[in-house]
Structures are given as C-alpha cells and as structure tokens.
Design a protein. Sequence first.
Length: 239
Amino acid sequence: MLMMCAVCVRWSREVTGLLRTGLHLILTGCLLDVVGFQLTKYAAVAARWAGHDLDFLSTAVAPPMASLGALTCSAGFVLPRLLPAALAHWRGLDDYRRLGPLWSLLRFVTTAPKPPAAWWQLPRERLQWREVSIHDALLALAPYFDDRVRTRERDAALRAGRSAHQARLAAEAAMLADAARRAAAREAPLEAPSTHRLHATEVCGTSGLVELAEALAASPAANAVREGTVRAAHGWNHG
C-alpha cells in the first residue's frame, strides 16, 4: 500500500484532469487502508501485549475504514474511465434534443431507409442516426436551394445589426425552410440551384447542425414553414 501511495504521488505530478483526480482518490483509499485499517489493527494488538484493551480499534474502527478505503480506491480506478463516456452520452442527448427543430423540418424528405431510433439505444447512437438522416435530407433538398432567398435574408440580418456569422446562419435557415416548402409542395427543382455550401457541412461533428437548428427555431417564418411542411409532406412522402 505504501508503494502504491508513492506511485500515485509520483504520477499525479505528471498527469492532469480526471486521471489526476483518479490517482488522488486511489491515494486517499490507500492511506485509509494503511492508517485506518492496518495501524488500528496493529495498535489493538500492541495494546493487548502491553496489558490494555483497545479491541474497539480492531472491531469497530478498522472494518469501516477498510470499506471506505476500498470504495475510494474503486472510485479512483473507475472515474477516469466511466465519467468521460457518461459526459459524452449526456452531450449527445443534449445535441439530439437541440436538433429537434431541424429534424422536424426535414424528416419528411425521402432518404435511404434507416433503422428507427429505439428508446433503448444509447444517446450517442440516437444522435448519430439523426445526424446522418439530416445530412441525407440536406443533400436531397440541395436542388431547391435558392440564392435569392439566402441573400435577401442575409442582408436583412446584417442591417439588423447581427454579426456576419449570425447573418449567414439566418440566411441558410431561411433558404432551407424555403427549399423544404417547395419540396413538400412537390414543386420542380430550380433550374439553377444555389451552389452555396451550408456552414453545417463545413464543420466536423454536430455543432454546425445545432447552430442551424437554433437559427431555424429563432425564425418565425421558418417555424411557420416547418408546421406547414409537416402537414404537406405526407402526400409527398407516400406519393
């Protein structure tokens, strides 16, 4: 146990984050074992040799200290392994929910069949399927993207004092909502669709899609289009 304490002290100086926290917990558990269990046992035996009765140290103090030390050591081993995964799933669940406005606009688009997101699937798996489905839908709606809608909305956002990035997101949300409306109404694709690349397709992960979803949620016009699109899409889906 003393060797374990020395190793934890040495390595805790070399690492950071959860690994250092885990080493500190292991060190605490080892010290609880050494001081709270072993030394109290030895003290009770030495007291008997000296003609005194300190058996309560062996029977009442040492066992709970050993249990606490084992629990603390276990937490030190488990925490660096499980906590990052748990946090990743929590963030995945949060992103899954934040993508709701975007998914409700695009879920009518006919794409390649995908397994449903069952309730028992882990949040990261559910997020992955939603992300893939959204990207497929964006690709299917690309022939309906209209640069005129995007430019008009971007200029309006800039005049309203929004940053260039916010204006771009608002413009892309408006263009996407317009494309979804046209597709749901089964209008013909544009002869010269926009070649603009969405910000959501330029960044890795789901951050770009989340930003686009938030821009859609903040747009009253996009909300109205989304509600109408969902109603109109059933015939487009099954036609």
